[in-house]
Design a protein around this ligand. Sequence first.
Ligand SMILES: Cc1ncc(COP(=O)(O)O)c(C=O)c1O
Length: 392
Amino acid sequence: MFADNVPPRRTEHVADKKNIHLTILSRGTTPLRLSYTCSMIEMQYNFPLLPTQGKQWQQRLADAVAALVPEDSDQLRPTFRQRHLDHKQIAAKWLQSDPENTHITCGGHHGTLVSLLAAGLAGKPIAVEAVTYTGIIEQARMLSCPLIALDYDSEGMTPESLRAACKGRGVAAIYTMPTVHNPLGCVAGLARRQAIVAAAREFNILIIEDDAYGYMALAAAPNYAMLAPERAFYVRGLAKSYAPATRTGFLVAPSRFSSDVDSAIKNSTTGTSLPHNAAALSLIADGSLDQLMQQKLTEGAQRNAAARALLGAAASPGAKSAWHLWVTLPAGLDAPTAQRLCEERGALVSGAQGFTVPGTPTADGMRVALGGELDPARTLEGVKIVAEVLAS
Ligand SMILES: Cc1ncc(COP(=O)(O)O)c(C=O)c1O
C-alpha cells in the first residue's frame, strides 16, 4: 500500500480496527509486505526464541536494576566514560578474546556500524557475497559505501572472486558471515577461511565478521579475529543466541583501532545500557546462555530436519541446526512472485530481493526463517505452504 503523505523512503506501520497490520510505503520505496499479524504464519523474523526466555529475562533485568547503587552517580553517567572491566572480562572469557580488544556494543547492528565507522570505511568499497544480510546493505547505503558482489558457493564467498574484485575495482574490506550465513545458511571450513585471510593480507583489506548465528554450528573453524587479529573485526550480537531485548553485543577489534572504536561507540550511542549489559552478562557468567544455546541447537536441528524433509532438494545445503533455510526457486518463478504467492496462502517469507546487492540481478531464492513462530507445528504449516508454492 502506498501513501503520498509518508516521507520519501519511509515506511509506516499502522493497525486497522481488526488489528490487521499494514505496511504503508511512500512512493519510491520498494514494497515490503502486507502483514496480517493475526493469521499469517511468520517466517520473516529470524529471531529464535524459546517460551522460557520471557520470564528468565524479566528476572535477570530485575536483578540488574536491583543491583544498581543509588549513591553511585557514575551509574547515571555515560558508560563510554567508564571502563566496566568486569563486563569486558566476562565477555572476553566467553569469546576467547583479549579483554583489551573486546568492546561492549548495543547489539550486532551496532557492532557492524561501529566497525565501519572506526575503520574509516565510510565511502569505501566493501565486498560481500552477492546475496547478503539486509542490514549491511542498508548500512552501506547510508555510509555511501559501494557494495561489491562476490561469487559464492556452499562455503560462502570464493577467494577467486575476492581476488578478482581486489584487482579490479579495489576493495577496502569484506563483510561476511562464515558460520551460518544469513540468508544462505552455509558455513566456511578452515581451508576456505585461510584462503580468504591470505587474499585479505595480500591486498591489505579489512575483514568484518558478523557472527550473529555462529552458535548454530558446533565445531566451526576459528573465527577471523583468531585467524587474522591484525585486520579482523568480530561482531557478536546476542539477538539470535538470546534475544534482541538484551540490546547487548560484543566487538573484538584489532588493537590499532581501539580508540577509534571507543570514539565510534561514544558518538553513536554515548555508551550502552548498564542494566541490560549486566543482565546479559549474568547469563553468560553463570552458563545460562550456553545452556539455552544448547536447547536452541536441539530445537533448531528438529525444525531444520522437518523443514528439509518437506522442501526436499529446494533447500540449500547448510548448517543442520540453523533456524533458517535458503530455498532455491524452480525455473520460471522469481523471488518477489514466490514471496507474494506464499503471502497469499498465509505464510510470510523473505524473497532474495531484500538480500541482493543493489545493481545486481536478484537471485532465484528466498529465506525461510524457522523461528518466527514459537510453536514448531505452526512453522511447519508455513513450510508446507512454501513447498506447495514451489511445486505449483
Ligand atoms: C547477520 C545479522 N547480523 C545482525 C543482526 C541484528 O543483530 P542485533 O539485533 O544484535 O543488532 C541480524 C538480525 O537479523 C542478522 O541477521
